[in-house]
Design a binder for this molecule. Structure first.
Ligand code: ADE
Length: 236
């Protein structure tokens, strides 16, 4: 899968993704991450990419032309019109289901804004998906883009190895994940729950499911309600 990030801070994207699991997948050729510097497409002699907002107000707005040109630089090399995700607090809140949906694409273009946003006209031209990573405001879209790329990448076949398998994670079944333990059996007076040492897989599974429910009810009552609702409907 190929990510093409349109950004004013390409190094931030490359530094963030060339390590750990995404870095390993890039080295193996399963993923590629191209960071396209929007400033390279400025037509201004000072390489400016922003200007004052029409109508007045605080801050600067990224101009349409360099963003459009950066997009075309990517799109003209692809065999079909790509999906273009604009990272913005005004978008749909990102979730695991969206990660699965994006992971089906061969190429994904991700547009990162800065300042007070981007001229609406180029957004209308190129953006297919408006995505937020939560109800808070970042200084730019780069960290948000890395969050999306990281979570989509781990769903691409071959990115995770068997021991890193993505299937039993939080959200995959609509619940938060159960607590995990490893050696030693006792740490600062706290013992690993006996059931996990029992070797009885059915009992382990039942315990984990119960803990998942407990945690989800406590920390994410919204998800818990949704889960209980959908499962009671299934049994009607
Ligand atoms: N850019 C600034 N804040 C953001 C957010 N919460 N999500 C996505 N992109 C953003």
């Amino acid at each position: 899968m190929n990510f093409h990030v349109l950004t004013l801070f390409p190094q931030m994207i490359l530094d963030g993704l060339n390590t750990s699991i995404t870095g390993r997948a890039i080295d193996k050729g399963i993923l590629s991450v191209e960071a396209v510097d929007i400033r390279d497409f400025s037509t201004n002699k000072h390489m400016k990419v922003d200007d004052y907002p029409y109508g007045g107000g605080a801050g600067m707005v990224m101009q349409a032309e360099p963003v459009q040109a950066a997009y075309e630089h990517v799109a003209e090399r692809l065999s079909k019109k790509p999906r273009v995700i604009y990272m913005t607090p005004q978008g749909h809140t990102f979730n695991q289901q969206m990660a699965h949906d994006f992971a089906k694409e061969e190429d994904l273009v991700i547009l990162c804004g800065h300042y007070e946003g981007i001229d609406e006209r180029v957004l209308e031209n190129i953006v297919t998906d408006y995505v937020s990573i939560g109800d808070y405001v970042l200084t730019g879209g780069e960290l948000a883009a890395m969050v999306v790329i990281d979570s989509v990448s781990r769903l691409v076949p071959g990115v995770l190895n068997n021991t890193e398998s993505a299937e039993t994670e939080s959200f995959e079944n609509g619940l938060l994940e159960y607590p995990q333990y490893t050696r030693p059996v006792e740490f600062m007076g706290k013992r690993v729950p006996d059931v996990l040492l029992s070797g009885n897989h059915a009992k382990v599974d039942a315990w984990r499911f119960e803990k998942s429910l407990e945690r989800t009810k406590k920390y994410r009552p919204d998800l818990y309600e949704e889960y209980m609702q959908s499962h009671s409907e299934m049994h009607q």
